[in-house]
Design a protein around this ligand. Structure first.
Ligand SMILES: C[S@@+](CC[C@H](N)C(=O)[O-])C[C@H]1O[C@@H](n2cnc3c(N)ncnc32)[C@H](O)[C@@H]1O
Length: 340
């Protein structure tokens, strides 16, 4: 079935210089005393008051974030910019929370000159500026900042999934505890074919952790127990063996830390129902948006880097055009996904 949905590409993406690290001290608070971000009815983000001295002009990601792709039929909205700003604007408009589920794959903080094996060759670990560590204190401060905002953006019974390696996941876990989230599970995502460890001084890294948490202790979280049981034939365990993204998932380009669609689909199937609203604050190449389209969930995603946003838009368009998908969602023009 061709995609006949109303889709609008809002504006050309600003091809920016590499963005400044989003989590450097002073960079992450964009709601300066003189200005505030507001989420407008059409999904654009406006500014009230005078522009703050901290706003970047001419380089880096747009501030405030820009809505660059919108598919009303599937309630799919993709933004280019800093998730902290988008989350502030959403919180101001929806103080009771907005999202049924958040899938977050934040910076790993592991691009610091180490080595790894890629396609049989020794290469430096360098996934981008966004992935450089600023030391444990600043990294943790950043994790607290975005997780605090995500907690406000979740509905009372909403849940969040966060993936990461040992470089960041302990800080994320501690931040969840500090903020009063309720940790529900820690999933070990086992990779069947990890790259070998070239130094032979460590075990081969072959897992990533995915934490699943509810907004707080009072949350009555959704768990689609039977749907998960159908996958394995018995109670699903917390070790998931899922291969890396296949070639078909990379035909619009490669993101250096791209997650397999199957992994995100499993998370969404476990914790949401059709028509629920999902947020990905670190969208990367768009995996969560693709999984949402395939599972008929509504989705809002935001990504800092223009090239990644471009890739996400192409992948989402392609997923929307996949045959054998019967899309039942409808959204009215100008309506913020999940409204009503
Ligand atoms: C680990 S990757 C996500 C990969 C994604 N799950 C996928 O499958 O393609 C993290 C992404 O977050 C983006 N990012 C980092 N800081 C951000 C911020 N403050 N706001 C929005 N995006 C950010 C980076 O540019 C990077 O693409």
């Amino acid at each position: 079935m061709p995609n006949t949905a109303k889709r609008s590409q809002h504006r050309a993406l600003r091809q920016s210089q590499p963005p400044p690290p989003p989590h450097e001290k002073g960079q992450h608070t964009h709601t300066a005393a003189t200005s505030a971000l507001v989420l407008l009815e059409d999904g654009e983000i406006g500014t009230i008051g005078e522009a703050s001295a901290g706003e970047q002009i001419g380089s880096g990601p747009p501030s405030p974030p820009q809505l660059v792709d919108r598919d009303d039929a599937r309630s799919l909205w993709l933004y280019h910019g800093n998730c902290l700003e988008l989350l502030d604007a959403i919180a101001a408009k929806y103080p009771q929370g907005r999202f049924d589920c958040i899938f977050a794959d934040p910076p790993y903080f592991l691009s610091n000159g180490g080595i790894t094996c890629h396609a049989g060759r020794m290469v430096k670990v360098d996934k981008g500026d966004w992935d450089k560590s600023r030391g444990p204190e600043l990294n943790h401060e950043f994790n607290l900042e975005w997780l605090r905002r995500c907690q406000r953006a979740l509905k009372p019974n909403g849940t969040i999934w966060i993936s990461g390696t040992h470089h960041a996941i302990f800080s994320v876990g501690y931040a969840l505890q500090q903020l009063g989230y309720k940790i529900l599970n820690d999933i070990a995502w086992e990779k069947p074919n990890p790259p070998p460890n070239l130094s032979c001084r460590y075990f081969t890294h072959s897992t990533e952790t995915i934490l699943w948490a509810a907004r707080n202790e009072n949350s009555k979280h959704l768990f689609n127990y039977q749907a998960m049981k159908r996958v394995t034939g018995k109670q699903m365990k917390t070790v998931w063996n899922i291969g890396p993204p296949g070639n078909g998932e990379k035909c619009f380009g490669k993101h250096p830390t791209q997650k397999p669609v199957a992994l995100v689909e499993r998370c969404l199937l476990a914790s949401t129902n059709e028509g629920d609203l999902v947020l990905d604050p670190f969208l990367g190449g768009g995996t969560t948006a693709v999984a949402s389209v395939r599972l008929k969930r509504k989705c809002i995603g935001i990504e800092l880097d223009a090239k990644n946003v471009e890739m996400a838009v192409k992948r989402v368009e392609s997923a929307a055009n996949e045959p054998n998908e019967l899309f039942s969602l409808s959204g009215r023009k100008g309506e913020f996904p999940g409204e009503g």
